[in-house]
Every structure is written in structure tokens, then in C-alpha cells.
Write a protein that binds this ligand. Structure first.
Ligand code: PAP
Length: 328
């Protein structure tokens, strides 16, 4: 991650602003408040405001966006490997020694945390950066910078909720494994969870990808699971790093997909051990759990699943966005 050059103090105005938003305490994590239609923890909102004020995009920037627990870690590993394939062979990849979240840092969770104004100009280009922020929260310099690219990864909400719940439990961020999931489930359905509501998040990027497909690539976790090699080529083409015929014949697409596979990354020491300090302290291992489509069947009751599926379909309306809910 880049070194920071300045720190912006959390001022009284921010505390006042947060209190005026009348924060609620959801079961999952700390206090969240609704700011311009989106739910934030105080620290993440402060970091978001600093990021919006100070970040200057450049044409070569690559922004990876997602709702938490949509497969961000996977997208980071794949994009990093595709873009840097001339700098590191697969056998020598930094991914073998470093959790993907250090190689592709989150803007509002790590880089602009606690009022930091990072020296991102010193980062090597192309800068690959990540965010969980909704599309409308991205600074105008990203939206207006014509060649900077955004890749959004979406996952079905039943698995996102399931993955989020297990992640919070694994990291001790919710109290007891035997606790009823009714309350967090209800909050998720109401959109009260960090960066929620879920549907507004997906639809913001979905609409942007339809309006400007050169700038925003919309991917689905379930599609990556079905055919990761095609997704690797799609990402490479979109970013302007297409695989040559020689690279394809040499099997480089498959090698990158293997390097970034769940089974490979999960078993590396750098992902089995250690913690990362973002909004919370979280175990590296907690980013690699099951990686299945349809694992929600082990957590949600059939009526919860029906309700969330219906709600999601209702919210998506005529948008044309569909997501696969069960593994086929
Ligand atoms: P984040 O938003 O906190 O960064 P994120 O990486 O988006 O988390 O989501 C983690 C999910 O992606 C986990 O899903 P699960 O809980 O249903 O198992 C995790 O297992 C899955 N995941 C992580 N790495 C990979 C990978 N290489 N391939 C497929 N899925 C992965």
C-alpha cells in the first residue's frame, strides 16, 4: 500500500453530521447511519468523504467495485495477475506471498482510513484500486476520466447475505454462532447493512454499464464460477490487455485462472495466517470460506430465501439484470 503524506483530522463537523443522521445499531458490527440513501459506519463515511474530496483519477486507473462478499478478493487476484503478467510470471507472482487485499487496496477501507490522504501518485501505474462504494459515490474525477475503467462484480443476494453473516461470525463481529439470524436477515431485507441497500448498489453499476460499456464492465460471480477462463479473457480485453494468440496457446489464461483459484489461494500461508486492519481487524483466512453458488441453503429457511428472492426481483423490475440463485 502507498505511504500517506497527510492526515485530515476528524473534525467536530463530521461528528455532528453523523449524529444528525441518527445512527442505528444493527446486529452486524457497529452503528450505521443513512447518508444520501446509503448505510455507512462512521469511520467508512468519514473515509469516503476524504476520498471524494482528494482522489484524482488518471486515465490508466482501474477501479474494482463490488458489494462486500461478492467475490472481490477473487476479482482483485485475477485483475492484478492479468495486468501484471509481463512483470511477474505465475510462478513468481506476489499473490503467492501476499493476500490480494494488500496488492489491490480498498480506497475507503484502507487508503483513506482515519483521515489519511495517501500519496497514491507514487503508486506504480496502472493503479488497481478497489471500493465497495455505490456508483453515485465515486468521485467525479473517476466518472469523468474518460479512459479510467471500472469493473463491477455482482453476486446473488442470498449468497452475499450468507457469506456476510459467516464472515462476521468468523471475525467475532457478531456475538454467537447460535444467535438467531432473524434480525440481521430483516435488516438486510430493509437494506440496513454497510453500503446497502444491495439492489441499489447493483442497479447503479448495471445502469452505468449499459450506458457506457467502454467504461464499466459488469460481471457476475456465478458466471466466473461457471467459466473463469472466458472471464479472464473478457477482463483482459476490457482493460486493453488482451491475450495474444501465443499467450493463449501457451496456456497463460488457464495458468492465471489456476493461480487465482479458491483452492490455490486458500491454501497459501499468506492467506491461512495473519490479519488485515481495515474497518475492523479481520483474518486473512476469512476471505476464503466455501466459494460456492447456492450455499445459502445451509443458512436460510425456504421462506427467508423466497422472501429475499422475490424482493430482489421486485427491486430489479424491468432493469434486465438477472442473477443465478442456485448452483446448476
Ligand atoms: P470482501 O468484500 O470482504 O473483500 P469478498 O472477497 O467479496 O469479500 O467475498 C468473499 C467471498 O468470496 C467468500 O464467499 P463464501 O463466504 O460464500 O465462501 C469467499 O469464499 C469467496 N472467494 C474468495 N476467493 C475466491 C476465489 N479465488 N474464487 C472463488 N471465490 C472466492
Amino acid at each position: 500500500m502507498s505511504s500517506s503524506t497527510e492526515v485530515e483530522q476528524k473534525d467536530d463537523h463530521f461528528e455532528e453530521l453523523f449524529q444528525r443522521l441518527q445512527p442505528k445499531k444493527p446486529v452486524a458490527g457497529g452503528l450505521v447511519a443513512n447518508y444520501q440513501g446509503v448505510w455507512f459506519y462512521a469511520d467508512l463515511l468519514q473515509a469516503t468523504l476524504t476520498f471524494q474530496k482528494h482522489f484524482k483519477a488518471i486515465d490508466s486507473d482501474i477501479i474494482l467495485a463490488s458489494m462486500p462478499k461478492s467475490g472481490t478478493t477473487w476479482l482483485k487476484a485475477l485483475t492484478f495477475s492479468i495486468v501484471n503478467r509481463n512483470n511477474h510470471s505465475v510462478d513468481d507472482s506476489p499473490l503467492l506471498f501476499s493476500n490480494p487485499h494488500y496488492l489491490v487496496p480498498f480506497l475507503e477501507i484502507y487508503l483513506y482510513k482515519d483521515g489519511n490522504i495517501p500519496d497514491i501518485d507514487s503508486m506504480p501505474c496502472p493503479r488497481i484500486l478497489a471500493t465497495h462504494l455505490p456508483y453515485q459515490f465515486l468521485p467525479s474525477s473517476i466518472l469523468d476520466c474518460s479512459n479510467c475503467r471500472i469493473i463491477y462484480l455482482c453476486r446473488n443476494p442470498l449468497d452475499v447475505f450468507t457469506s456476510l453473516l459467516q464472515f462476521l461470525l468468523q471475525n467475532g463481529l457478531i456475538s454467537s454462532p447460535s444467535m438467531s439470524i432473524d434480525v440481521p436477515f430483516e435488516e438486510f431485507c430493509q437494506g440496513i447493512h454497510p453500503y446497502g441497500p444491495f439492489w441499489d448498489h447493483c442497479l447503479g453499476y448495471w445502469d452505468a454499464s449499459l450506458k457506457n460499456p467502454q467504461k464499466v464492465l459488469f460481471l457476475k460471480y456465478e458466471d466466473l464460477k461457471k467459466d473463469v477462463n472466458s472471464s479472464v479473457k473478457k477482463i483482459a480485453d476490457f482493460l486493453g490487455y488482451p491475450f495474444s494468440a501465443e499467450e493463449q496457446e501457451a496456456g497463460l489464461v488457464e495458468e492465471i485462472a489456476m493461480l487465482c483459484s479458491f483452492e490455490n489461494l486458500k491454501n497459501l500461508d499468506c492467506n491461512k495466517e495473519g490479519e488485515i486492519h481495515g474497518a475492523f481487524r479481520v483474518k486473512h483466512s476469512s476471505f476464503f470460506r466455501k466459494a460456492e453458488v447456492g450455499d445459502w441453503v445451509n443458512v436460510l429457511t425456504p421462506s427467508m430465501a423466497n422472501r429475499l428472492e422475490k424482493l430482489f426481483q421486485e427491486k430489479l423490475g424491468e432493469s434486465g439484470l438477472t442473477l443465478e440463485i442456485k448452483s446448476k
